[in-house]
Design a protein around this ligand. Structure first.
Ligand code: 0T9
Length: 407
């Protein structure tokens, strides 16, 4: 049988050559489709819960900033290469629908329970927001992100818009984390994988500033996924610590020339995320909502994938149309969008003040219109879900989606 349009690698490569920057609209052959939706990717922040809560145990602000940097560096492997154990097997994630959820938690003997809430808060443009909470240690991460993509010389270039913010209760300390720019290599050969570019920064409200530079293939070592990071206190040229290595493998922490710490993925297995069984999940939870698409992907059945995806997409279109007619908008379950956020503003001001002297591009907030606003975790909404006072509202939302899907 002749290959159907869109099912071969060559036709796919041709289609991305005329790609308009909208990653969601890109069609790909079944073997390159992932069963995981982008809303799941928020979980990559906490696959080492012990490192996530480690900063809260340090009473010295410099040590805390170092612990935050170490945790951040440990997340890069999961974020950017875990779907790719065999180099070049990155797949195209499912494009989440508005209101899609990914909920779970990690149990760790040392860190205790860490809760994950991830929600698709915008569809046009696609934006995912998340909140990760460890109550026991008082460590909280929240953030939101979208992607701006472009295509040139057989490479997909992706700029991330949005940011992440870590909070440590005991010290009322905030850390602003910017997201790296990346590109997809290996497309021509059908072996796509992510490489990180440029730099990211972590700005602490206590005045510490970390800069991580992604150097790709190190010219000394010849190894890929290399980086160099430094920790400084703003206003001083002194480098307190340097960390270098490979974000996919291991790194060493040095004070001056002395190695003071190290990290290796080999010695630090990830903690699996616990999810409810699919039957017990809310119908808006990702794995449940996409279950039939996942079955079709496993079968490699191009038509069935298309049909099952269309059911979800058409229902969403119907819902948006209805909302428009009724002058309503979809109520986000856990997040609210704001035009200005003072906590982030303060950190950005701090970072902007020093980024030039530290040799990194000025840190600015992406135009909020690129992400449909600045998305913040809404404690009130969360309490309402937990205490059951929003039960009616949530039931009604699910019923709306189910009615639209049945059409
Ligand atoms: C936020 C992360 C992001 C999402 C992914 C670019 C990409 C979608 C966005 C930025 C996470 O915190 C970190 C990691 C990987 C990023 C993905 C890698 C990737 O390839 C996809 C894009 C949409 C594609 O699927 C392009 C198709 C390609 C795999 C060829 C088939």
């Amino acid at each position: 049988m002749a290959a159907m349009a869109g099912t071969t690698w060559t036709s796919f490569v041709k289609s991305i050559a005329s790609f308009n920057g909208d990653l969601a609209s890109m069609t790909a052959p079944p073997f390159i489709l992932s069963k995981a939706s982008l809303v799941e990717f928020s979980a990559y922040w906490t696959e080492h819960p012990k490192l996530f809560v480690a900063p809260a145990k340090e009473s010295d602000p410099e040590k805390r900033a170092l612990a935050v940097l170490k945790w951040f560096l440990s997340t890069l492997k999961q974020q950017y290469s875990s779907r790719n154990e065999k180099l070049g097997s990155e797949k195209k994630p499912l494009n989440p629908f508005l209101g899609e959820l990914f909920l779970g938690h990690w149990d760790d003997p040392e860190a205790g329970k860490t809760e994950l809430i991830s929600e698709q808060v915008s569809h046009h443009p696609p934006v995912t927001a998340y909140s990760i909470i460890n109550e026991k240690h008082g460590v909280k991460l929240q953030g939101y992100n979208g992607q701006k993509a472009s295509f040139a010389s057989m490479t997909i270039n992706v700029k991330q818009v949005g940011l992440a913010r870590l909070h440590i209760d005991a010290y009322d300390e905030d850390y602003l984390i910017t997201l790296p720019t990346l590109h997809i290599e290996g497309l021509v050969y059908g072996t796509p994988y992510v490489e990180l570019e440029k730099s990211t920064i972590i700005q602490s409200s206590s005045g510490y500033f970390a800069k991580i530079e992604y150097t790709g293939k190190g010219w000394v070592s010849g190894k890929k996924n290399c980086f160099n990071a430094t920790l400084q206190k703003v206003g001083s040229k002194d480098i307190l610590y340097t960390i270098s290595g490979q974000w996919t493998d291991s790194f060493t922490v040095k004070k001056g020339k002395t190695e003071v710490d190290s990290f290796s993925h080999k010695n630090n297995p990830t903690t699996p995320l616990t999810l409810k069984p699919i039957e017990e999940q809310d119908p808006l939870e990702s794995r449940r909502a996409w279950a039939k698409v996942a079955v079709a992907i496993d079968k490699g059945d191009y038509e069935e994938i298309g049909m099952e995806k269309s059911k979800i997409e058409n229902a969403q279109r119907e819902l948006r149309k209805k909302e428009k007619e009724e002058g309503k908008t979809w109520e986000r379950r856990y997040f609210s969008s704001v035009e200005k956020d003072s906590a982030t503003g303060k950190l950005l001001d701090l970072a902007a003040k020093y980024s030039v002297s530290l040799g990194v591009p000025a840190v600015t907030l992406d135009d909020p219109s690129k992400t449909n606003g600045i998305w913040l975790f809404d404690e009130k909404k969360y309490e309402g879900v937990k205490s059951g006072t929003r039960e009616e509202e949530l039931k009604a939302a699910v019923e709306k989606v189910e009615a639209a899907t049945a059409h």
